[in-house]
Design a protein around this ligand. Structure first.
Ligand code: ADP
Ligand code: RBF
Ligand code: MG
Length: 338
């Protein structure tokens, strides 16, 4: 990540002990990649930020280590992006790749802005170093989805779990005012599966039970940048549809080894429902995960999140999803267990 194609290929060849040259590897994978770029999804919060900057006339550039041709292909599959980013500087357009500052200095010069006035949003360690070397401020949104990777980003001015945590006013830009009842509407995610045993502390320790799903139900979301507290709807077959608030991440207070999804259903059940099919539609974002000095503070915050969820989910566009048939569609017979 953040490396130019031949450097990146050399790293892959070394890691996997491959018997080919970087050039050979890239020729072989390029074709496969080109097929897939059009399916690449935007990161959570990206479209929201880019449209906000664009609507306020804040100039934006892309400074990416990819070759110019590949960047073009990726951009043209996202509506409006070619217009949002009039300046694109590619790895093959400068002498030295990241972590050298060349690419960011070139972008600033083409935007006709002083480097010191630029803010870089970076996902790769080499890019963070390059931006600092260019004398710019850097927000890191790590694309290495592991908590051990954090030290590699330590020279960034701040590390956010996702672009949804970016508050423009903190960096001198006009603020975003798109929260509805305290939550940011997001592109909804759908996940479902049988309720399994979790860490065994939701009800006992915190008084807020969280119904855990097998990792396979959300592995496609966990790889992307989605740590934080979310609201949404929960469907339980034969029981109903309920409001839900959940945390995604390593739970800093407990410092979990594995990233987890912890949905607290905002309803009093008189019993456990392990093994039952649980469907979730996640529709809004509330806040990043936080650490707390006492358990009481964590519990109080979780209840506050619950109040936000209850109020926000009554509002549009969040309320609409309560009717989504995904929440109540039974499994095909072949997939249900008995
Ligand atoms: P676990 O470690 O298994 O997740 P918890 O103490 O977090 O244990 O309790 C979660 C379990 O409690 C769920 O799997 C479910 O069976 C039950 N439960 C009862 N009420 C709720 C609720 N309102 N929200 C989530 N789970 C609930
Ligand atoms: N854990 C944290 O360490 N930090 C948090 O900010 C945090 N927020 C939460 C918000 C909600 C709505 C819920 C349901 C849980 C939250 N937890 C948080 C996770 C909590 O630690 C988790 O449910 C327990 O670890 C249960 O296994
Ligand atoms: Mg739990």
């Amino acid at each position: 990540m953040g490396k130019r194609p031949l450097e990146a290929a050399a790293a892959v060849i070394q890691d996997y002990g491959l018997a080919c040259t970087p050039l050979e590897l890239n020729l072989e994978v390029l074709e496969l990649l080109q097929e897939r770029w059009k399916n690449a999804r935007t990161l959570p919060g990206a479209v929201r930020l880019i449209k906000h900057f664009y609507s306020h006339g804040i100039p934006m550039a892309i400074a990416s280590s990819s070759p110019a041709r590949n960047i073009k292909i990726k951009l043209c599959h996202q509506e409006g992006w070619t217009e949002y980013f009039p300046v694109v500087v590619a790895g093959d357009m400068v002498e030295n790749g990241k972590p050298a500052p060349d690419i960011f200095l070139e972008a600033a010069s083409r935007l006709n802005v002083e480097p010191i006035k630029c803010l870089v949003i970076e996902d790769a360690p080499a890019g963070v170093l390059a931006a600092k070397a260019a004398g710019m401020q850097v927000v890191a949104v790590p694309s290495i989805p592991s908590k051990d990777a954090r030290p590699q980003y330590s020279s960034a001015d701040v590390i956010y779990s996702s672009l949804l945590d970016f508050q423009p006013e903190v960096w001198g830009f006009p603020s975003l005012n798109d929260r509805i009842g305290g939550a940011i509407p997001i592109e909804p995610w759908y996940m479902g599966g049988p309720v399994i045993k979790g860490f065994g502390r939701g009800s006992k320790l915190l008084g807020t039970p969280t119904a855990n799903l097998p990792t396979s139900a959300f592995s496609n979301h966990l790889a992307s940048h989605v740590c934080g507290i979310y609201i949404g709807w929960a469907g339980l077959a034969n029981r109903g549809v309920y409001k839900m608030v959940m945390s995604v991440g390593w739970n800093p207070y407990f410092d979990n080894k594995e990233k987890a999804v912890e949905p607290w259903i905002l309803h009093d059940f008189s019993e456990d429902f392990y093994g039952e099919e649980l469907r979730l539609i996640v529709v809004g974002y509330v806040r990043p995960e936080a650490n707390f000095t006492t358990l009481e503070d964590l519990v109080e915050r979780i209840h506050e999140d619950g109040r936000v969820a209850k109020a926000a989910l009554d509002m549009n566009p969040f309320s609409d999803y309560a009717e989504d048939s995904y929440l109540t569609t039974p499994l095909p017979v072949s997939m249900s267990s008995n």
